[in-house]
Design a protein around this ligand. Sequence first.
Ligand SMILES: [Zn+2]
Length: 383
Amino acid sequence: MMLALLLAATLSPSADSLRITVRGRQSAIPVRTESHTAFVSADAVAAALGGSIQRLPNHRYLVGVGGVAFELADRVPFAVSDGRLYPLVAAARERDGRLELPVQLLTDVAPRAGARLAWDPVQRTLATKETAAQRSVAPPSRRRVIVVDAGHGGRDPGMRGWDTNRTPVREKDITLGVARQLERELEQRGFAVVMTRSTDTLIALNDRGRIANRSKGDLFISIHVNAANPRWKQPTAARGFETYFLAEAKTEDERRVAQMENEVVRFETEADAPKHDPLGFIINDMAQNEHLRESNDLAESVQAALRRVHPGPSRGVKQAGFVVLVKAYMPAVLVEVGFGTNQADAAFMSSERGQRTLATAIADAASEYLSRYEQRIGVGGGR
Ligand SMILES: [Zn+2]
């Protein structure tokens, strides 16, 4: 909610200047609004805040503000700082040879990335923090929050198939069933759980990630059901489970699954459909990102846990550009728990016992992953 208010305040088209306070001194820099997004000149920001701009080859920039450096590229809606990827509401852009920054980089992203900047949404003022931030080495341990996302819902049924009794199955029912069991399993393990939906309703792909961010989730797990390509030799024979993390699709099959899962956008209204293709921006250096390594690690855990219980074969850890994962600023995976086009898989996934089995395995994997993660960052007893 805070983030939404803050963004709304930042992006208000009536804003025509950004107030800045440095050591009690006020100044203002002009804001240019385009498609409801506020931009400021990077030069003006650097002058007002005492930051720096370094031009790199290939339309890339290193921008230093509040003691934190961000790597940006012309027309790429992401900032990279300290190996972390931060999605931007709009891309930084070159205009008449000068760099323009989305105001959100300063008011929202930079403070989150540890910059000595504070945004006051009421006064609409960006202020530098004078005292050196007393940042503890290890964050205080707290209850971990896991966001569970049941794929599809409402007017988007997802894929359809039949189980062994020729009973029709719909993806949206299976994903909700598994997600509800997963919620219970995770809560039993001491985690806090946020569901993107807990009824038969359609949530826009972009909003699913937003819900995750607002709830300050530590992990994002999206549940889906696979469908065989009808052009395959024996489409109904294909079965098994696979886990995706967000990166550029490398194979035809990965592209097929991403296309299928991203298709829900056509059920969404004009207002919540993405205005640009976010997948085009998952570029090379993002793959180096720590975030992606964490997601890959989580995906490996999920896949290993499912291998122990699933009646179908493991199809491995895969990568593709899922819109639902793009918006989550946390390790995030999408699990295809089986093929709805295979009768045996469909029967397993739609039975209560099967759903509980899948949920238990995924909960075990999340728990294993988080304890490994906490050991790595040096936090003990993190829940
Ligand atoms: Zn799906």
